[in-house]
Design a protein around this ligand. Sequence first.
Ligand code: BJW
Ligand code: ZN
Length: 258
Amino acid sequence: MFNCTVPCSQLEEFTSVLEAAHKVTVLSGAGISAESGIPTFRGAGGLWRNFDATELATPYAFAANPSLVWEFYHYRRCIVAAAPPNAGHYALEALQRKCEHQGKLFTLLTQNIDGLHAKAGSSNVVELHGSMWRTRCCHCNNIQGAPEPMAKEANIPSMQLPRCKLCNGLLRPHVVWFGECLEVETMECAHNALEDCDLLLVIGTSAVVQPAAGFAPLVKAHGGAVAEFNTEDTPISDNCRFKFHGPAAVMLPTALGI
Ligand code: BJW
Ligand code: ZN
């Protein structure tokens, strides 16, 4: 169990840094969706049919067994389709509206592919690792929507895997796997949001996957404040001026006063 009370002194200091900030950036990870019932990548939630989720999120896994990898993504889309955003997602949507109303710059960067921030009403979300709701043709690179899930079936035959509308090539999830580069435009958006930002909120990420794991040290190096929201300590915890230890769906509304 978590002790979700935040010391008044930390809350007051955080509130005054937030109030004074002109540029606020948020980085979210799998932990923010945990309370919507979506398994995280690592730790207890990170297993699917005895496979480690990180082992399936690679181009090598897809090349070796596209059927298995497609089943993994169909399964996850089924879970997400039924999942409502939680109080953490809604608190960030309210923060965005408040910041924009006050004329502040606000950017939400997410490593998640679930689309729950947008479902909660957040706008201009920068999806660093793509989206489970889009697909890309392995042959002609055309980007299209996601197919109907077929998660119940094991060993989907190759010709029944999702195919491109234009060239009938094999489709893959339009996501960024290990060893692949993030899109140039996406990285530009992230760098613009991090450059000179006064406050970075880092929420529910284990902070081990690059390039996102480097964002907090970058902001700290140029003098910005970092606030971490996590149920555990992470490799970036020592870079954080504020640490809100507990579930994001509880700690975000508390810290943001929303
Ligand atoms: C809660 C909570 C609650 C729980 N409330 N908190 C050295 C060797 C080899 C490779 C590399 C290397 N150094 C760098 C690399 C490259 C690699 C990398 O970083 N590897 C590391 C693992 C070492 N990075 C890449 O390959 C990236 N590309 C790149 O760098 O290109 C250039 C390059 C290429 C090759 C070599 C070198 C450079 C691309 C990374 C793409 C990551 N893709 C995935 C899959 C996306 C699609 C999908 O979702 O299926 O993205 S992997 C997976 O990890 C997913 C996530 O977005 C990402 C981060 O995970 P996240 O969000 O942090 O989740 P968890 O589960 O790890 O953590 C959850 C956290 O929440 C925990 O801390 C909990 O405590 C907490 N929590 N409940 C608050 N209720
Ligand atoms: Zn195609």
